[in-house]
Design a protein around this ligand. Structure first.
Ligand SMILES: [Zn+2]
Length: 382
């Protein structure tokens, strides 16, 4: 354990200049108005000032949303200018225009009310998206109030601090703040490059938990990575993607999920139930992955099996990764977990060391799977 941690610490030291290089390479930040973030231009990467926090929040997406919604409510197609203004905002620019347009038309056009009624009763994620969007007109005042009274320094400052709890020392000082761009699209948030795209009504709905969820996204943003992912047409793509997702979501879930089992939540009990079930099933999921990795297969077979495994993985690897992260925390401690962050293959290796110390409930991956992961590590870790 000690040697693994020491090896990773030396890797982190090697990574430090790369992080600084990254922070200075990114030359543009979409800002709410036309203001320019001074700390960014000077390349300063220490603690942000109050004005930096204000400049790190963007409400233009929500502002551009209202004319689109109002046109649709009148059964009219929004003008090209209205759509253009929406997708020019930093948050919507990260979304798929075709998906957003189709979903907003369905949610708000009276001519589509029959189709909407059917979709709302499907009981799938898309029906939850539509249920969420249908609430927006009646929640408009609350949304406007949330944005006008948003305390950027307090909220983003707290999220940044929470994210740091599971990051190598100094990681949050190595990059400027990401831009938090509010949108209205689905009850979720995610980070894409240096923009955290977050649904404003979902932020309101989550109440006090919003900071934790934002901190989860900040963790992704600040987490150092040495992974050079293979291209999408590579036979290794889905396996490497799975390994990365499991590591990054499992670690970040320590911030907002905190502990297993997730507590009851009447607003989204379906999610709590399914997440807890997938967590309990994590040893089985790892056994399936073990079988996939240890099978002597051709590149083509590996590609197909990897894609199938990724497709069947619950919640994009969150609960499995959370199980692994908790196992590492319990048997090897936080420094071992943090030291593995830049290298998701190392996360699996450290998990396996922890699982060997654990009694019957932990799944230990086979030597042949670990060898397969080590081979991928040598190819895809810089
Ligand atoms: Zn995440």
């Amino acid at each position: 354990m000690v040697s693994v941690a020491a090896a990773n610490l030396s890797r982190l030291k090697r990574l430090a200049p790369r992080l600084i290089q990254l922070a200075t390479l990114v030359l543009f930040m979409a800002l709410p108005l036309t203001a320019v973030c001074s700390s960014f231009l000077t390349g300063r990467t220490t603690r942000p000032a109050r004005s930096d926090f204000q400049h790190a929040v963007d409400g233009t997406g929500v502002r551009a949303f209202w004319p689109v919604m109002e046109a649709l409510q009148r059964d009219r197609e929004p003008s090209d200018d209205a759509w253009g203004a929406l997708f020019a905002t930093p948050g919507y620019a990260k979304l798929q225009p075709a998906y957003v347009k189709r979903t907003l038309r369905l949610a708000y056009m009276p001519a589509k009310s029959e189709e909407l009624r059917t979709a709302l009763h499907q009981g799938d994620y898309y029906s939850r998206v539509l249920t969420h969007l249908v609430r927006v007109p009646e929640e408009r005042e609350r949304i406007l109030h949330f944005l006008s009274s948003f305390n950027a320094a307090k909220t983003l400052g707290a999220a940044r601090q929470e994210a740091a709890a599971y990051l190598p020392k100094g990681a949050t000082d190595a990059r400027r703040l990401p831009l938090v761009a509010f949108v209205i699209v689905e009850p979720d948030g995610h980070v894409d490059d240096d923009v955290v795209v977050f649904d404003v009504l979902y932020a309101i709905d989550r109440g006090a938990d919003f900071v934790d969820i934002l901190a989860h996204e900040f963790h992704h943003y600040y987490e150092p990575s040495r992974l050079q992912a293979p291209p999408a047409d590579s036979a290794d793509y889905y396996i490497v993607h799975t390994v990365k997702q499991v590591q990054m979501e499992g670690t970040a879930d320590l911030i907002d999920k905190k502990a297993y089992p997730l507590h009851a939540d009447p607003q989204r009990q379906w999610y709590v139930d399914q997440y807890n079930a997938a967590y309990a099933d994590a040893p089985n999921t790892l056994r399936h992955l073990d079988e996939l990795l240890s099978a002597a297969a051709s590149a083509q077979e590996r590609a197909v099996a990897g894609k199938q495994f990724w497709g069947a993985l619950k919640f994009a690897g969150h609960p499995t990764g959370f199980y692994m992260a908790n196992t590492i925390l319990k048997y090897l401690g936080k420094p071992a977990l943090i030291a593995a962050e830049p290298d998701p293959f190392e996360f699996f290796s450290v998990y396996n060391d922890a699982a060997k110390r654990c009694t019957t409930e932990c799944y230990v991956l086979s030597d042949s799977s670990m060898a397969a992961l080590a081979k991928l590590e040598s190819e895809y870790i810089r």
